[in-house]
Design a binder for this molecule. Structure first.
Ligand code: GBH
Length: 463
């Protein structure tokens, strides 16, 4: 495999897949169309003070009505794969019971349009939009939600498994659990630290219950997407900082990876949960075996590094349970519109570390990208986003470097195809390679989309 280009560009291994990603609540809008029920993100975004500027996903990119044109844009871009999520409340408006046919019909049409254009659909079953009635019964702190999730997975697979090869059960369960139930910065906005661990367990259990259901419908490629923290100590020679980084790694990475890879929950984090949160009443015999259902790929979302230092006895700056005595360092250098620093080398080292400690599954970069407050030029046509091109170029070089060092990375999906509803940050940060005018719903190719088109066409980075 030729991995070095002739004139400073970089070419990727044969078969490496180029794509882009979105999520249902962030782009679809049409929140009451065709029988869709409310999700926790409808409730949360409509609660004053929760989302920047009071923004909601009510309309978003109106993708629900514009999917056909949107697929044309993907085809013109040359996209090989498109990762999107299914809105559970479109399929089961109350979170259980028979499928809402009209909801399934939408994704059926979308999948057909993608397949017709030669774009490989990749489904994420859960990208954070839990049906509100399930939340009313406790949400992910209720073990029953895991079984409801597996049931929902079956309804979707029954309809789409014949045309969709790759299925991701959950997107970033750490975010769903820790931002949803501990910091409360995401839906459902609960701030009860032990709930983050119960939610984590039931998310993983739901994942494990769903895997055999998907296989039963003939699905060949099943994975999960995590947001592993590229964490390191502020001072690598200070044992307390090294220990702090190891704890964050435990709480954010090993807490998920170890049970998924069949090792059960990590002992240090189990001990922390017992000591600080009064045990793990949610854990039942056999659960860890269910969570360890064999997978075919691991999805990795990477945006920025995390640098931590030990800070005992200081007022806690951390909202994450178990890290009260740890300080998360402020971002440095040129920042994105999310306030995140830009460090491609951390992606290479994260991938190397994961492939060393968690061998056996091919990796996909299921999200990578950056937000800016892009605006069209005076001509109303061009959107110049050189910083995004530099970010994507740098991170693709980082992926390439990991591959050169032996890491098995099969594909790369830009976050995001479109500017969209950035959760608690609303519409201000724009992650898209397509600009969306939220007044007119006009989509404009940013310069980064033109650049990505070339990357795909050349199967690598131009000079
Ligand atoms: C992804 O999550 C999501 O999958 C996607 O929907 C989203 O649009 C995209 O990234 C861009 O944000 O310590 O409380 O400050 C984001 C991953 C990881 C971002 C944790 C925030 C720090 C949380 N997140 N990170 S906090």
């Amino acid at each position: 495999t030729r991995v070095t280009g002739d004139a400073g560009g970089l070419s990727f291994p044969a078969g490496f897949v180029w794509g882009a990603a979105t999520a249902a609540y962030q782009i679809e809008g049409a929140v009451t169309a065709d029988g869709r029920g409310p999700s926790i993100w409808d409730t949360f975004s409509h609660t004053p003070g929760k989302v920047h500027n009071g923004d909601t996903g009510d309309v978003a990119c109106d993708h629900y009505h514009r999917y056909a044109e949107d697929v044309e844009l993907m085809a013109e871009l040359g996209l090989q794969a498109y990762r999107f999520s299914i809105a559970w409340p479109r399929i089961q408006p109350t979170g259980s019971g028979p499928a809402n046919r009209a909801g399934l019909d939408f994704y059926d049409r979308l999948v057909d349009a993608l397949v017709a254009r030669g774009i490989e659909p990749m489904i994420t079953l859960y990208h954070w939009d839990l049906p509100q009635p399930l939340q009313d019964a406790g949400g992910w702190t209720n073990r029953d939600t895991a079984y409801r999730f597996a049931e929902y997975a079956g309804l979707v697979a029954e309809r789409l498994a014949d045309r969709v090869g790759t299925w991701i059960t959950l997107n970033e369960p750490w975010c769903a659990a820790f931002l949803g139930y501990a910091s409360g910065t995401h839906a459902p906005g609960i701030t009860n630290p032990p709930d983050a661990f119960a939610a984590t367990h039931h998310l993983l259990l739901g994942h494990g219950e769903a895997v055999p259901v998907l296989r039963g419908h003939g699905v060949r490629q099943v994975g999960i997407t995590l947001n592993p923290s590229a964490v390191r100590p502020l001072d690598a020679t200070a044992p307390a900082d090294v220990a702090a980084a190891a704890r964050v790694d435990g709480l954010q990475n090993r807490l998920y990876l170890d049970p998924l890879y069949g090792r059960g929950y990590p002992a240090d984090i189990r001990a922390l949960i017992d000591a600080q949160f009064g045990g793990a009443p949610w854990l039942r015999p056999g659960d860890e075996q269910i969570i360890a259902a064999p997978l075919d790929l691991l999805g990795i979302n990477y945006y920025n590094p995390t640098i931590v230092t030990s800070a005992p006895g200081q007022p806690s700056s951390s909202v994450h349970p178990g890290t009260e005595d740890i300080r998360f360092m402020p971002a440095t250098g040129p920042l994105t519109a999310m306030g995140w620093s830009i460090e491609p080398a951390s992606l290479t080292s994260l991938l190397e570390r994961l492939s060393r400690d968690y061998p056996g599954l091919p990796f996909w970069i299921t999200e990578n990208g950056c937000a800016y407050e892009d605006e069209p030029e005076a001509d109303g046509e061009r959107v110049a986003d050189p910083a995004r091109i530099a970010y994507l170029d740098g991170h693709l070089r980082a992926v390439h470097e990991a591959i050169a060092r032996g890491v098995d990375v099969r594909g790369y999906l830009v976050w995001s195809l479109f500017d969209n509803f950035e959760w608690a940050e609303g519409y201000r940060p724009r992650f898209g390679i397509f600009y969306v005018d939220y007044e007119t719903q006009v989509r404009l190719r940013k310069d980064s989309a033109r650049w990505y088109h070339k990357v795909i066409a050349e199967h690598g980075l131009p000079d």
